[in-house]
Design a protein around this ligand. Structure first.
Ligand code: SF4
Length: 63
């Protein structure tokens, strides 16, 4: 899976970075991908963050 954040949509709420700090981090005013998810927990967390993002800014591509 490949995770990306659409910086034009992100409002910098910080939810994803708080939930999965290994994958997302706030840089400036928006979230960016720090590292692609590797563990099962990081992958699940990335899916949950994508589902929970209030502006649908997190994209997940498979495989
Ligand atoms: S949850 Fe969505 S809006 Fe909030 S920081 Fe992450 S990508 Fe941005």
């Amino acid at each position: 899976m490949t995770v990306s954040v659409d910086g034009t949509r992100c409002i910098g709420c910080g939810m994803c970075a708080a939930a999965v700090p290994a994958v997302f981090e706030i840089r400036g005013r928006v979230s960016q991908v720090r590292s692609q998810p590797r563990t099962a927990g990081e992958k699940t967390g990335a899916f949950d963050a994508a589902n929970g993002c209030p502006v649908n800014a997190i994209r997940i591509q498979r495989p």
